[in-house]
Design a protein around this ligand. Sequence first.
Ligand SMILES: [Zn+2]
Length: 86
Amino acid sequence: MLDSVPPLAALVTAGSVLLLTAVGVVLVVGYLLGCRIWPYANCPRCNGTGKSGAPGRKAFRNCPRCKGTGRRTRIGRRLLDRTSNR
Ligand SMILES: [Zn+2]
């Protein structure tokens, strides 16, 4: 039964796997490069304002998630920091 698979099809499958891997590597490298240049993203809790406001009032306190900085370190950047601190 296994002999019925033509070798060409196996080659094409291997080729597409290789291509997908290459595309994946390019995407990951591009993402890590982006994290190197732009290490921060807006804090998801406060949308980058750094404030956690009382509803309907002007009063606010520092966002507890980002401690008022309004930013969070991207996962890729944390990965880069960990690998470079070895
Ligand atoms: Zn925040």
